[in-house]
Design a protein around this ligand. Sequence first.
Ligand code: FES
Length: 119
Amino acid sequence: MNHDAWRDFPGAPGAGARICRAVDVPVSGVASHDLDGFPVLLVASAEGVRAYVNACPHQYLPLDWRSGNILSADGATLRCSNHDAGFDACTGQGLDGLGQGCALDPVPVHIAGDWLVIG
Ligand code: FES
């Protein structure tokens, strides 16, 4: 997995770009954010919050385009709402269906003061 692939997307922001307030980081499910055209999906995975470019590698559609209900109840699996590709919510690796052999592109994030930021 290329951990810098997110930088290749159009409009990829620089380190320190704010995604959302820390209090708004999801504790269950997912949250989509658009950073001036750069789509970020926050995921309350079984191992804590993860961030991915919200572009499914199958057709580069947002995973939650048809439905926001894309995270399994145990926080382990993301299921693209478009054509059902399955991904490991903690790593982004494809698990099944059209997700096999590909992966989501992780975005590094951390809390800085009151904000969740890139980097
Ligand atoms: S766009 Fe995600 S499975 Fe087709």
